[in-house]
Design a protein around this ligand. Structure first.
Ligand code: SAH
Length: 225
């Protein structure tokens, strides 16, 4: 890692004690996150830089937190779990993310895969996320302001797609944009009834695995300035 990047990633340590951060990693491990690379990336990614300063002291709790515009930064366990599911069958080069939000999941992914293509419908959130990733010198990410229901067809196909908001149905466009063997991790449902799903494009058709109940904000329609 470049020294400059290393310095920035370490900068948070004074703010929120290293012990608090270690406790989070320990907790994720105890809750079943077993991918060592995922745990290591979460350990070194300064989550407090992705929330409002007033909430920075809670950044290493295993909980979702508000980021404005009625949205939340995902719970670290969920970020870890979804990343682990994406990577379960081996390394990935092209990954599309729907729902950039704070950019935290984006930052984690960008350290685990070759390239990230991240789509967000709310312009102000996207702009802030972009700035944070530049500041952290995470350069292998490109952003699109648009509607995640449509994915990002121009750059398809993707080896992995991760959706960080709950969809009422699996968007057809996302299935269409999966490469052969590609993996889609997506919460499906509405309100209180939501399931995390892993969908894989097989030689013929798709396989689906239901991974349990989750809680996400909804995948809405259309971009918002
Ligand atoms: N992974 C993000 C989670 C943000 S919450 C984080 O950890 O910060 C979900 C995000 O999905 C919100 O930013 C919301 O604006 C976005 N979103 C909702 N519907 C969308 C859509 N149709 N297209 C793109 N982004 C969408």
């Amino acid at each position: 890692m470049a020294r400059e990047q290393d310095d920035i990633l370490r900068r948070g340590i004074g703010m929120t004690s290293q012990r608090t951060r270690e406790r989070l990693i320990q907790r994720l491990y105890e809750e079943g996150i077993s991918n060592a690379k995922v745990l290591e990336v979460i350990r070194r990614t300064p989550r407090h830089l992705f929330v409002d300063e007033a909430l920075a002291h809670r950044a290493y709790e295993d909980t979702a937190l508000p980021i404005g515009n009625n949205q939340t930064i995902s719970q670290p366990y969920m970020v870890a779990r979804m990343s682990e599911l994406l990577l379960e069958a081996g390394p990935l080069d092209k990954v599309m993310e729907i729902g950039t939000g704070s950019g935290y999941q984006t930052a984690v992914l960008s350290q685990l895969v070759e390239r990230v293509f991240s789509v967000e419908r709310i312009k102000v959130l996207q702009d802030r996320a972009k700035e944070r990733l530049v500041e952290l010198n995470l350069r292998n990410v490109v952003f699109r302001w648009g509607d995640g229901w449509e994915g990002w067809p121009a750059l398809a196909p993707y080896n992995g797609i991760i959706v960080t908001a709950v969809a009422t149905d699996v968007p057809q466009a996302l299935l269409d944009q999966l490469a052969p063997g590609g993996r889609l991790v997506i919460p499906v449902g509405s309100g209180e009834v939501q399931q995390l799903m892993l969908i894989i494009r097989e030689e013929q058709g798709f396989s689906r695995r239901v991974l349990g109940a989750v809680r996400f904000v909804p995948l809405l329609n259309g971009p918002l300035a």
